[in-house]
Design a protein around this ligand. Structure first.
Ligand code: FES
Ligand code: FES
Length: 157
């Protein structure tokens, strides 16, 4: 039986507590303990970005982060992005540009896009490509995703 620890953190703006096995990933804590299934499990090895969340302002593969290391931190998941004006703009642009096919990469891609646009509000297409290079998509060929992020960066300007 694995050792457990009680941790507390701010999750999408809500003070949250959980008792977690010390070997549990942040991704499993979010999905299996807290019921936030928007963050996806794909490779489980830090290679695809499907599990992207933001931890203390840093884009993070939640499959590689231990849940216990979330103690005292601020986490944003796709569920927290939806209620945010920039996040909503990005989600709409993904729909409008046809950037969603199977949708499996989309939550991680949207979280990463929001994180990127917060620090690059008027990016070039090359900057957008580099901004999402850690997020893999097997369906779209990336062009429509880049179109969507570019469109979101231009909306209401
Ligand atoms: S599931 Fe975490 S990077 Fe692929
Ligand atoms: S839309 Fe299918 S993996 Fe990106």
């Amino acid at each position: 039986m694995s050792l457990k620890r009680e941790i507390g953190f701010l999750l999408n703006g809500v003070e949250t507590h959980a008792t977690v096995p010390v070997d549990l990933s942040a991704l499993s804590m979010l999905r299996d303990l807290l019921g936030l299934t928007g963050t996806k499990y794909a490779c489980g090895e830090g290679e695809c970005g499907a599990c992207t969340i933001v931890v203390d302002g840093v884009s993070t593969c939640s499959c590689l982060q231990f849940a216990v290391d979330c103690d005292g931190r601020t986490l944003t998941t796709i569920e927290g992005v939806a209620g945010d004006p920039l996040g909503a703009k990005i989600e709409q642009a993904f729909v409008d540009c046809g950037a969603v096919q199977c949708g499996f990469c989309t939550p991680g891609m949207v979280v990463q896009a929001k994180h990127f646009l917060e620090t690059h509000p008027q990016p070039t297409r090359d900057e957008i490509k580099r901004g999402i290079e850690g997020n893999l998509c097997r369906c779209t060929g990336y062009v429509k995703i880049i179109d969507a992020i570019e469109a979101a960066s231009r909306a209401d300007r």
